[in-house]
Design a protein around this ligand. Sequence first.
Ligand SMILES: [Zn+2]
Length: 113
Amino acid sequence: MKIAVYLIAAVLFFFGFMFVVGAQGAPERFVVGFILFAAGGVLIYLTKVQPQYTEVTHVQKIDLSGDVQLEQMKCASCGGTLDKRNLEVKAGAIFVECPYCGSSYQIEEAPKW
Ligand SMILES: [Zn+2]
């Protein structure tokens, strides 16, 4: 991505150079060359200044009140102990899939365990 921007900037610099050199006293060509130089400079400036926030974080937090309470979590239908691996976050809701009885259900907003 960054390399592509540098390539575009290099092309802009090249054409800018060609226009300025080939201006031969024609002011509009000189202006075009200057604009190309400026555009290339702005491109490089943007890549340098812009922080590289290309990484999009797709972290789905299972926001429960700590591991201690999580260990005490029990299946609603069979009473088997559940751990983090049995939890899954779908569309912002926490789902439980019990490894003992195979039942899966959604945990309510105010869990009582
Ligand atoms: Zn169960």
